[in-house]
Design a protein around this ligand. Structure first.
Ligand SMILES: [Zn+2]
Ligand SMILES: [Zn+2]
Length: 184
């Protein structure tokens, strides 16, 4: 997959940091084998001394809210799956079945995320070095200032340079330790 070159740049010292480390899917693997989505953002890591991909935890409240609206969506989709309606509106029925499958997948992912949050003990980590000595502010929330020089850091995109990424699925344990790669 080829993407424009996305990077953060400091207006004062001109240092740049690529956003490439955020490309690709990452998941937590729970002890029961289920996968929960690992959300990441770029934040300053004191141990790496640069902007690094870090874990971005969802709150239990937002997961509960998401699950609540998914259950509403599911009952809406189910209305179309009544056999008689399915016969009359084959297309609606098929779409509703697909939608229901998507909703069920989202529900089980969100439930796995809740389980992961309940067993999680350590604070968010840097996904490069594993350190917890990181800024808890995402570098994408302005204003962001380069800790080394105080210059303002902003996001840029260059279409002159496109980067080819090999999409990989990175698997971590519930404490955010890297386990292995899965081709996707
Ligand atoms: Zn700087
Ligand atoms: Zn680090």
């Amino acid at each position: 997959m080829s993407m424009p070159h996305l990077y953060l740049k400091c207006a004062s010292c001109n240092e740049e940091w690529s956003l490439g480390s955020l490309v690709g899917r990452s998941s937590y693997q729970l002890p029961d084998g289920s996968l929960a989505q690992l959300h990441k953002t770029l934040s300053w890591c004191n141990s790496c001394g640069c902007y690094s991909p870090v874990e971005k935890m969802e709150s239990k409240e937002s997961l509960h809210t998401k699950l609540g609206s998914l259950f509403v969506d599911a009952s809406e989709a189910e209305k179309f799956i009544h056999p008689l309606i399915l016969f009359i509106f084959k297309i609606f029925g098929k779409k509703a079945c697909e939608r229901l499958r998507d909703i069920q997948r989202e529900v089980s992912e969100n439930q796995a995320s809740l389980k992961m949050l309940s067993s999680r003990k350590s604070p968010p980590k840097c996904l490069n070095c594993g350190s917890t000595d990181i800024s808890h502010k995402s570098a994408f929330e302005p204003p962001e200032y380069h800790p080394n020089c105080g210059g303002e850091v902003t996001r840029h995109e260059s279409n002159d340079l496109r980067i080819i990424y090999r999409l990989q699925h990175r698997i971590y344990d519930v404490e955010g330790h890297f386990l292995h790669l899965k081709e996707s």
